[in-house]
Design a protein around this ligand. Structure first.
Ligand code: SDX
Length: 428
């Protein structure tokens, strides 16, 4: 197999190296394209055919429905690991041993306080504020109280910035939820596990002791693992490009939260639940919504279906669908929305429009059903996605900074007016 690609244009031939990844993916390295061709660039809206980086963190095979974090399969991690050790593996490269995990968790606990002044910023939001806007703002506001996390030139500085945000972000998530519910803000309990503590901060009632529910904690842990990273998706690419200007980690994460908010991306999990509730309110008429999804004149899309990379089942959707059945059964919940979702999936997988376009359920299709069963409000679903994706964003930002990647600055093809002279106002 050749390690060169030839581009021929206007009687000229240009040679470019071909690089191969560890899973035999091939890419044409066009770093020299513009200089070799005296100004030509490529163009690829949505970057559907364009790689932004070489990365050792997550591998996806969209055709085969494969997802691995640092070489470990998502199926094994979801079954055997916990979220904190998956976060460690994503960020530092390997699953931690007992000592590494214990130190990592202790370092996080030591940083789990959030400056009381931050509550004044939270107070400034109306209860009606969308939690993703609150979370993005609070994440950015954290910078003011943690200025040492901005210029992370040393490994030690970078490590401290990482454990700080892993410690404080769950507090912000819990505060965002409790603000919405009108509950007093709560703090963590160092005697609890990482995910158990998140659940306690989110749900402990002010007048009751915290009651651990093993089923709920395990379901939450699994959901966070399944959302932890997904290579160069929209929000991760946002974190990378903002970080490439050497903006600090927290600023890069705040930008990533905003990108994730969109309904075509992480916001889809909220949109899926709202769609399923609309179908339920409409008497369960899934055929009407299938027709809307296929009608080009109708902006409606079947939320939770389709994916830029997966042209087969999203492996996370398969795991979440099984978990939804288990969690609802364990909690004794009979949610008709789950049956509507399964009916919709069955119809779509047999419909030529969806088959032709290789549209399968993605991670967002079933996740909301579990979040709802765990008592998480619909508007908080994308916040839960962000909580899961935090270690992935950190890992990708760290890899980009450690490799000294250049600032992200794409080119363009100009299609506007050619040179023209200014016209005085009274002559226009
Ligand atoms: C996430 O990238 C990641 O890794 C993201 C993510 C992660 O972990 O970070 O996996 C998380 O964002 C999952 C995706 C959540 N979004 C949704 O569920 C929203 C609904 N899905 C779509 O909007 C869409 O499928 C996207 C945005 C996910 C992917 O869009 P693409 O790759 O740009 O594909 P496209 O829009 O060009 O669609 C190709 C065709 C089009 O029809 P034609 O023009 O060829 O006739 O498929 C159609 C689309 O109209 N299509 C859909 C559809 N998704 C695509 N038609 C109806 N319903 C849908 N959901």
């Amino acid at each position: 197999m050749s390690d060169k690609a030839i581009l021929e244009y206007n009687g000229e031939k240009y040679e470019f190296p071909v690089i191969k990844g560890t899973e035999d993916e091939l890419a044409i390295d066009i770093k020299s394209l513009r200089s070799a061709t005296k100004g030509m660039i490529t163009i690829d809206p949505g970057f559907k055919n364009t790689g932004s980086c070489e990365s050792a963190i997550t591998f996806l095979d969209g055709e085969k429905g494969i997802l691995r974090y640092r070489g470990y399969s998502i199926e094994e991690l979801a079954e055997k690991a916990d979220f904190l050790e998956v976060a460690y593996a994503l960020i530092f490269g390997n699953l931690p041993n007992k000592e590494e995990l214990a130190k990592f968790h202790k370092d996080i606990k030591d940083e789990s306080h959030v400056d009381e002044e931050m509550k004044k910023i939270l107070d400034g939001f109306p209860k009606s504020a969308h939690p993703m806007g609150v979370l993005s703002s609070l994440t950015s506001a954290l910078i003011a109280f943690n200025p040492s996390t901005v210029d992370v030139s040393s490994d030690e500085d970078m490590y401290h910035a990482i454990v700080r945000i892993l410690a404080k972000f769950p507090v912000l998530v819990a505060w965002t939820l409790r603000k919405k519910k009108g509950l007093p803000l709560d703090y963590g309990d160092d005697s609890l596990g990482y995910v158990e503590n998140i659940h306690k901060m989110m749900f402990k009632r002010p007048n009751q002791d915290y009651k651990k529910n093993k089923v709920v904690i395990e379901a939450l842990d699994k959901l966070l693992i399944l959302h932890a990273d997904h290579e160069q998706n929209c929000s991760t690419s946002t974190v990378r490009i903002v970080g490439s200007s050497h903006a600090g980690l927290f600023a890069s994460l705040s930008a990533g939260i905003s990108a994730l908010w969109g309904p075509l991306h992480g916001g889809a999990n909220q949109a899926v639940l709202e769609m399923l509730e609309a179908i339920e309110a409409d008497g369960g008429d899934t055929k009407k919504y299938m027709a809307k999804a296929k009608d080009k004149s109708d902006p409606f899309r079947l939320m939770g279906f389709g994916h830029r990379v997966y042209k087969n089942f999203d492996p996370r959707a398969k795991i979440i669908k099984v978990a939804a059945d288990e969690v609802l059964a364990d909690l004794g919940i009979d949610d008709p929305i789950l049956d509507i979702a399964k009916g919709l999936e069955k119809e779509a997988l047999e419909d030529q429009y969806f088959v032709d376009r290789k549209l399968y359920p993605n991670v967002d299709f079933y996740s909301g059903i579990i979040y709802r069963a765990l008592g998480i409000p619909t508007e908080m679903f994308t916040v839960m996605f962000a909580l899961g994706r935090l270690p992935g964003w950190i890992a990708q930002w760290r890899e980009m900074r450690l490799k000294g990647e250049p600032i992200g600055r794409p080119r363009q093809v100009y299609t506007g007016e050619n040179l023209r002279s200014f016209v005085e106002l009274d002559k226009r």
